[in-house]
Ligand binder design. Sequence first.
Ligand code: DX5
Ligand code: ZN
Length: 215
Amino acid sequence: MVKVAPSILSANFAVLGQEINDVIQGGADWIHIDVMDGHFVPNITMGPLVVEAIRPLTDLPLDVHLMIEEPEKYIQDFVKSGADLITVHQEACRHLHRTVYQIKEAGVKAGVAINPATPVEMVREILADVDLVLLMTVNPGFGGQTFIPTVLTKVKRCRQWAEEQGLSHLYLEVDGGVNEHTASLCRQAGANVLVAGSAIFSAADRREAINKIRG
Ligand code: DX5
Ligand code: ZN
């Protein structure tokens, strides 16, 4: 079953609670929260306070995507604020295995993300230790960018490794430029969690947008 995770980066922040309720009513499976620090990526967004404010609005899993340097320093804060899944970038972790176990030992699910130009081999040795792999389909930093189709090969390879290793529980997530057309390519390649920001929040009918992405 494919999950759809609306990214609130493209929501109207002046009425964030309303926007979140709207995608919940529309059938969202997870809420995707993009944390940017102005160092790992050239943009600054939100932190644990925003996660804490969202937590009482829903029981849906809060999927926190950390696009920050030294994410290990902030794991505890995001767990306390109510995150259910915490994803760190392989490129930002000097000791990825340690950080993954820091997340798991804090009691939440752990994910590892890689940028479009990072070889998928960089997650191969950590596959059995994580709950989620996030293959970025744009360069992280902004919503509304164009999907990079070469990442689909990485999705296929990662899905194949997961099958070979019997990791049927592994979430294989894609993020960036996902709309009804690219979503179908991602599903075919083996992705089972689809993050979408602008395609959902720019649509007048969020339920329809979510359903089209889910396929
Ligand atoms: C990009 C973020 C994405 C972003 C996706 O750095 O990680 O989650 O919000 O936005 P769209 O779907 O508009 O590409
Ligand atoms: Zn994201």
